[in-house]
Design a protein around this ligand. Sequence first.
Ligand SMILES: [Zn+2]
Ligand SMILES: [Zn+2]
Length: 476
Amino acid sequence: MLTAKPKPKRGFFIGVTCPGCGGTLELAENFFVLTCRYCGSALRITKPDIPPAYLIQSKVSGAEVRFHLDRYLKENSFPLSGSGLEIRPVYYPYWKVSAMVLKLRNRIEERELIPDETYDSYNTDMNNSKIRQRKTEIALTPFMTTFAAGQPRDDIPYSIGMRTEYIKMIPFAQENIEENFECLPVIKSWDDMQSNLTRNVDTVGKITQADFGKNKTELFNPNGSLVYFPYYMADISIGGKLHRIIIDGITGRVAIDNILTEIPEESPIVPKTPFEFGKLGVELHRCTNCGFDLPTKQSYIYICHNCRQLTLLEKHTLLQKSILSANMTDSGKSEQYFPFWALKLPQGSGRKLQILFGGIYQSDYLVIPAFRVANFEALHRLTKRISAGFAKMKFSEIDEFGANFMSVTLGPNEALALAQVVIYREKLSKNTNATYQKNELSPMELSLFFAPFHPDNYFYVDSVLNAVTFEKTLVD
Ligand SMILES: [Zn+2]
Ligand SMILES: [Zn+2]
């Protein structure tokens, strides 16, 4: 069964405490509803509107740092550190960014010509028995990176790579800062970071030379958080030269060993008012109408078991209150109901979309999956198929989610942003000079519906039309 299979615990862990009993909670990113394992309360995590800040505490104690440092010195045939050595523990801030990247690559592919009479008609493109073909590849892929958020300096690594994906983080708060640790200031705001990133991604795109036309690399929906990472700094005189050695506070390894000609002046340009960061909150996960605990399945939408009231965790002005389910003529297969967001577009938009999506699409609705699909290219294909199928489905309103209903794990705001990118992706495949227009879609309504699918070999096939398919691996 699809719903019963827990995802391996991976990623981003933060600690917050239960409002019911004060117990410590542990959760992963994108996992915002949980049950307290001490008192059994149903809880949910509220995310701030501005990027939150986290802290990674050191795993290496002061005495261990000394040990790691001496080992490094010994390995390099340097004398061991003396007794008067001072080691300075610091946290350095990084931006962690996740986003999606659209890549367009124009390539000319050469193929050997197979000697065969039937190819005679292709002779126009022939060059020494090779065929040259123009090829445009477009792909949407996930993207994650970390960048220095403090003053750029050559004695601290510029990135901590992907380590935020598996190291435990806790909220950045005064009480979580370890003794003697100093927090180096953040000097790059989230806005600075976003424009930096767009420039960087653009530069990366220019490195790969297009065989014809222009290549594109564009970043969408960046999501940021700030992460303070622990380092130990030691200035040691070795053979008359002053070394600044930076030790990684998690592994104890020497990250950087710089010979200093002078002690660098520590006077970063600190913003007058320090940047503000968001904090995660915790609240009881209950129906506001009757007070019953809501199901602790991860979802953006819940229906109370007791009074049937709808709870929406993410608000949107266009969101319709009624939830629909596609009618099936004959059931009996092992159906799973998958959620989708239907965007009603202004009259006439349907015609434009029909040109983009091809003749099969005849509707003023664009449909985006309401469940997370890590493979954006597959999401793009499913969007086209379900958008075309949607117009042919009949629906009834529901006030209950059955056990075979999949959770809504993609919220309305993200769905709208994805819709824009899907349209852009499609425009590019028709015209590689197309440009992204942020408000190209102006939907009038946003509604949630469920459609039944059944497994068929490696695929799920919709049970209404028997036409919309997607790979099982997208959700397993
Ligand atoms: Zn509790
Ligand atoms: Zn209720």
